[in-house]
Every structure is written in structure tokens, then in C-alpha cells.
Design a protein around this ligand. Structure first.
Ligand SMILES: O=P(O)(O)OC[C@H]1O[C@H](OP(=O)(O)OP(=O)(O)O)[C@H](O)[C@@H]1O
Ligand code: HPA
Length: 175
């Protein structure tokens, strides 16, 4: 691939952000045991790091998969469910949805709707990155790592055409 990557958030900056998010979650979930739901694929590395920083006992970890950027750097606008959650698994639970990035907001808002339909006791959103410039639907982020500008990023689980997920830091893709 003939693409330039420019470092945006280093490994150590990511580690600091993840620790701070885990601390906020620990503070809010005293005497509660949340179910953490990761949205695949993008959040898998963030999720793995975040849960290892959370001290609060986690009741369950669930994963599901939506996709809207099949081969592009612009949202298709159509969010597809590729792997769902078991029925009722979130009922009466304190649920935290973990996202890598909220961009147009379409994926996250659909995910939140799907989770809400299971009647959780509470539902919060933790997102590593927020890109408000391209927002199409409003999304409330309860635990936010960092706001970024209108650039397409890759690394730390995020991809373009499935590439670069393995990079330990976050880069801006300059084509
Ligand atoms: O706010 P949006 O514009 O909806 O974009 C955010 C979503 O897009 C990416 O997922 P993608 O659909 O690329 O699937 P992936 O996680 O498998 O890469 C990312 O992981 C978020 O889930
Ligand atoms: O900037 C991005 N990078 C990778 N995946 C994404 N999904 C939405 N926005 C992005």
C-alpha cells in the first residue's frame, strides 16, 4: 500500500488515556459489577487494555460486530449487523459499551439501540476517540479518551481495508 502514516497518539499516551478511563469507571461502579460489551472489530485492542486496567470486578464480557466502512475511509451510511448478542444477556445489567471511535455516530447509535432493547439496568458508552466533525447522529459519550480532528486514523485496532490494526499507536492516514 502506498500510504503515509503520521503518528497522532503514541503508545504511552494511549496507555495514560486508558488508565484514566479505567479510573473513572472504577469510581462510578463501586459496589456494582458491570457487563462490558465490545464492538468488533475496531475496539478489540482497546477493550483488552481497558479491562486489564479496570479494578472493579467485571461480571461478563460480551462481543458483537457491526460494520459500515467495508472498504472505504467514508462511512457507507449503512450499518450491518455481522455478529449479534445472545437474547436477554444484558437484561437488568449495568452495561458499558466500548467503542474505538465515534465518527458519524451511526454505528454507535445503532449499537446503543440494540443494547437498550435488552433492558439493561444502566447503559454507558466508553469511546477511545471522538471525531465530532463528521457526526450525523448525536451520541453521548460517557467516558471519552480523546477528541480528534477530521482525519482518518488507523492503528491500535482501527483499520483501512483491514490493514494496520496491529499497530500499537494511532496514526493519521495521509494518502
Ligand atoms: O461513527 P461511525 O461513522 O459509524 O464509525 C465508527 C465505527 O466505524 C468503525 O467500524 P467499522 O464499521 O469500520 O468496522 P470494524 O470495527 O470492523 O473496522 C469503528 O470501529 C466504529 O465502530
Ligand atoms: O478514522 C477512522 N479510522 C478507522 N476506522 C474508522 N471508522 C470510523 N472512522 C474511522
Amino acid at each position: 500500500m502506498n500510504q503515509n502514516l503520521k503518528l497522532l497518539i503514541s503508545e504511552s499516551e494511549i496507555a495514560d488515556i486508558v488508565k484514566q478511563l479505567a479510573q473513572q469507571i472504577d469510581k462510578d461502579y463501586v459496589n456494582r459489577s458491570p457487563v462490558v460489551v465490545g464492538m468488533l472489530k475496531g475496539s478489540f485492542i482497546f477493550l483488552a487494555d481497558l479491562i486489564r486496567q479496570i479494578q472493579t470486578p467485571i461480571k461478563n464480557i460480551e462481543l458483537f460486530r457491526l460494520s459500515s466502512y467495508s472498504n472505504a475511509t467514508v462511512s457507507s451510511g449503512e450499518v450491518k449487523m455481522l455478529m449479534g448478542l445472545s437474547d436477554g444477556i444484558l437484561s437488568k445489567q449495568d452495561v458499558i459499551l466500548v467503542e474505538d471511535i465515534v465518527d458519524t455516530g451511526l454505528s454507535t447509535s445503532m449499537a446503543l439501540q440494540l443494547l437498550k432493547a435488552q433492558n439493561p439496568a444502566s447503559l454507558k458508552l466508553c469511546a477511545l476517540l471522538d471525531k465530532p466533525a463528521r457526526r450525523r447522529v448525536s451520541v453521548k459519550i460517557d467516558y471519552l479518551g480523546m477528541t480528534i480532528g477530521d482525519r482518518f486514523i488507523v492503528g491500535y485496532g482501527t483499520d483501512v481495508k483491514e490493514q494496520y490494526r496491529q499497530l500499537p499507536a494511532i496514526y493519521v492516514l495521509e494518502e
